[in-house]
Design a binder for this molecule. Structure first.
Ligand code: OGA
Ligand code: MN
Length: 284
């Protein structure tokens, strides 16, 4: 049976059917998957448990891998597979085995605090709590398109700082001090509007709200505009919710969606392994 793509969300998200990620994937299917990542923004593959080498091998369908960003503990999480990140609340021998704990992860895109953020992430569910920990995605093409003309004009050409010091759970990464003035936030400067180099389509590119600052504006104006953009971009009509099952693999277009995660019961175990796909330079 040929690979099939089934829409699952109103604004983004497709389920990939009839694809075994552990078998060789034809060039044609690889192209179909990459086109879906461009247009549908989140791909969902269900029912295939992956070992770490299998996850790495499948992720390469989407490009070269980038290493994980720095974590709060300053250590490589999977010594044998340093290209993978671990997202987990589990603590073993007094040491967290992964990032983000069991709390909410606020709306963000991954690693946008570096100059060349990954273009996609591949997240694979190994162990899950019975409930909680849903992940939400918001379509930043749709959010940009729905801005009024005044706001479209206002954001064009502006850049914001994307905070490198904290992860999306609000934990400070090793080696960073407290941020007292957001105008001094460490992290990459990114355009508020990102243009896709292939299609010319524009997306809002907001990264993360905490500790952000729009360069060149008064602090108060920056706060007001950021609040307005974030309230707009995370409205329900732009979002899709994923309820995880063990052996799900999600691939998201990191430069065109935001994502957030619900909190879950901290006494339950949730373990995900993640690869990130190298991106191209961001074009103004
Ligand atoms: C991530 C992330 C959400 C989740 O891996 O970048 O934000 O559901 N994870 O764990
Ligand atoms: Mn994330």
């Amino acid at each position: 049976m040929a690979l099939q793509i089934h829409p699952v969300g109103d604004t983004l998200g497709v389920e990939i059917r009839n694809l075994d990620p552990c078998q060789p994937i034809t060039r044609r299917d690889q192209e179909t998957l990459n086109t879906a990542l461009k247009n549908d923004l989140v791909l969902i593959l269900r029912g295939f448990p992956l070992t770490d080498p299998e996850l790495i091998h499948f992720s390469r369908v989407f490009g070269e891998l980038d290493p994980p960003g720095p974590n709060p503990y300053g250590e490589t999480l999977l010594a044998d597979y340093p290209e993978l990140n671990v997202i987990s609340n589990v603590i073993e021998n007094g040491r967290p085995i992964g990032n983000l704990g069991a709390g909410e992860a606020v709306w963000h895109a991954d690693l946008t605090y570096v100059d060349q953020p990954p273009k996609a992430a591949v997240l694979h569910a190994l162990e899950l709590p019975h409930s909680g920990g849903n992940t939400y995605f918001a379509n930043m093409y749709a959010a940009y398109d729905a801005l009024d003309d005044h706001l479209k004009g206002r954001v064009q050409g502006l850049c914001a700082i994307h905070d490198a010091a904290h992860n999306s759970a609000g934990m400070r990464r090793k080696g960073y001090g407290e941020i007292k003035d957001v105008r001094q936030t460490p992290g990459a400067r990114q355009p508020l509007v990102r243009t896709d180099p292939d299609t010319g389509r524009k997306a809002l590119f907001l990264g993360r709200r905490p500790h952000s600052y729009i360069l060149g504006l008064d602090l108060q104006d920056s706060e007001r505009l950021l609040d307005q953009l974030w309230a707009h971009a995370t409205q329900r009509q732009f979002t899709f919710t994923h309820e995880w099952r063990v052996a799900d693999t999600l691939i998201w277009n990191n430069l065109s969606v935001l994502h957030r995660r619900d909190a879950f019961d901290g006494s339950a175990r949730r373990i995900m392994h993640r690869a990130q796909i190298r991106g191209d330079a961001v074009i103004l």
